[in-house]
Write a protein that binds this ligand. Sequence first.
Ligand code: MCN
Length: 795
Amino acid sequence: MGASDFSGLPHIGEAVKRKEDYRFLTGSGNYTDDIVLANQAYAVFVRSPHAHAVINSVDTAIAAKMPGVVGIFTGKDIEGKMAGLPCGWLINNPDGTPMKEPQHPVLAIKKARYVGDQVAMVVAETQEQARNAAEAVVVDYGVLPAVVSVADAAKKASGVTLHDEAPDNQCYKWAIGDKAAVDAVFAKAAHVTQIDLVNNRLVPNAIEPRVAIGSYARATEEYTLYVANQNPHVERLLMTAFVLGLPEHKVRVIAPDVGGGFGSKIFLYAEDVCLTWAAKQLNRSIKWTCERSESFLTDAHGRDHVTHGEMAMDANGKFLAMRVHTDANLGAYLSTFSTAVPTILYATLLAGQYTTPQIYVEVDAWFTNTAPVDAYRGAGRPEATYLLERLVSRCAWELGIGQDEIRKRNFITTFPYQTPVALQYDTGDFASCMSKAQSLGEVSGYAARKAATEAKGKLRGIGYSSYIEACGIAPSNIAGALGARAGLFECGEIRVHPTGSVTVFTGSHSHGQGHETTFAQVVAARLGIAVDAVDVVHGDTGRVPFGMGTYGSRSISVGGAAIMKALDKIETKAKKIAAHLMEASDADVEFSNGEFKVKGTDKKVTFGQVALTAYVPHNYPLDKLEPGLNETAFYDPTNFTFPGGTYICEVEVDKATGEVKVDSFTAVDDFGTIINPMIVQGQVHGGIAQGLGQALMENCVYDNQSGQLLTGSFMDYAMPRAEDFPPIKLGTVCTPCTHNPLGTKGCGEAGAIGSPPALINAVLDALAPLGVKDLDMPATPHRVWEAMDKARKLA
Ligand code: MCN
């Protein structure tokens, strides 16, 4: 079935209310912390209060005798019994040598390398007892100097080395593109625009903090890990094959209801391994619930790039070449996907929506005494879009061209389009996204609105951002060639029950995205049954055959496509059963809207009749077909999907205080075929809230000297609230993806990718009359006021 046939089916494009919301809204969800197992004990981790320190000794004698204590484990106790945490993506230096991959012990053994690094695990009968005993563990630290910024990590003079395996603190140097060709274009260009910017570090802040329970059954020698996680099969694979050396079939990982992840729950964390391993040692189930302050310290953070970018243009603002250097902060250790974020997921997106013929990008990645940095909603693509779209608007201002006009002059208009940085876009209509956003955002009335703002004594600005992202992560052959250590396909199983209802088992994991509804819509549309007749099961390695999980806005385009492939097999078998029932040849049977018909006759049977027949032997062609109607399929995409769009932001800036008010925000996206427009709008709203949060107020800051996290609570780390945004205007353009059977492109990250540059461009546009040219995120009143003040002094 082609994408265009599919988009016309009932239930597709329908705003079906989320099936899962009843249990969430009535407080009946089943999150990991709601689970209480028999014989359950509680764990608390002793964490380093220092950013960098030698661990001279860990004395657990007093703690071990405290009330309720069941066991205490330190780095020494696990040494030699398990390997360190693995990194899933290998990056090579330009000379072909591999990146530096230092050991990441599950409990720190000789050194602690960031504030929050886990040093010991205390297990007790109650959480309070575990907490009290953890406070009685005496660790003798030899404090070392720390580095928290890439600039300091790179300085030999700092004298700080985190890992013996990486004496200069550098993990890798990586490059893509033809440097000589790019340099040659720059040497002759009519105009070169340059920019220096910082992509600020973020804390993910899912509503549900991390939580896990390890348990072990002696009788069957089986481990079960309940965990707030986005990819349970991957967690199991990494933990069994790389760290604990356990037989995979003896480990079950269950990720029940999960309260958001935004990427931060796709990694294998040390705590999960400790709990699983210790469950057998103590013969107890052990629960650990992360506190919010622990989350701030230890959840993998996002972004943290320092970048210099340049665009070479002809006199008409046509892009000729782009040159970029980025320093990426990886934190103290390599988190599971961390190495891919500033390389594969970043540099390959730097062509954006434009025909720039030559691009060269260099990335230096550094270890620092900060929490590991990894994927956070968008993962590399927000960093790419922020750089490119800031640079493009600056090109426009320097050449005196409109922000919209310079984009239109450079848009890619023919597809497929091969970029100079590895990707091939299959479809898109960038000009239509731009013009629709301009009309929805009523850009024609901008001049009048600006005059009205100025009459109030304030400044007004408009900012554009035209983004593209690579979603549907990821075609295994492309990912493998780029260093992934596993394929990134997906699996789906369709179990048709005798009564014609269906259970779907998917390797995708829903933790807020509404898969229980949209995947059910896909199956219901295809089989011609009610959406309520379909249940979706996910998040359990004991029930779902296999899965690669949810991230990279992959679920509908890869997980959904696996389901479509399984449905193809169901249809093929069901047609044979229908042919038998109607005494016709298989080739003469057609299926639509839940009915099998013999072509050219009025003979028909329903999907329900066929389902029943599959399980009822007296009327079944047992000599030709196995009973049952149950099929599994794996789908490996042939390409990424490429959602794109244009976002337009208008702001008012208070000249006296520097306060920025978002006055209007318009987003027009191309997600190909849309399964559920209400869910997609929710996804875009959420993404924009996170993107504007980064641009306006969120900032994760460490003290440069001590390496202490200065923004370790919601008192210091500002999260946006509804009152910070105007109603957001949303629109769509549809160019269906050409290579998946649904025609869908991912929507889960778009808002977070497209919005930050739109906001900062708007603020810079507002401040332009004062001579302000630079502003780093977040655009807090203090920063904006400082930028205005500096410009005033220079004027
Ligand atoms: N959808 C659709 N039509 C399309 C595209 C998507 O109806 N053309 C629907 C899908 O069926 C799905 C939802 O929209 O129900 C999101 O689909 P998709 O874009 O495939 O993204 P994923 O389901 O793979 O979700 C991952 C994405 C990512 S990478 C992050 S980060 C993120 C996000 O989703 N984290 C989230 N959205 C989140 N939403 C919540 N509430 N919580 C998170 O942690």
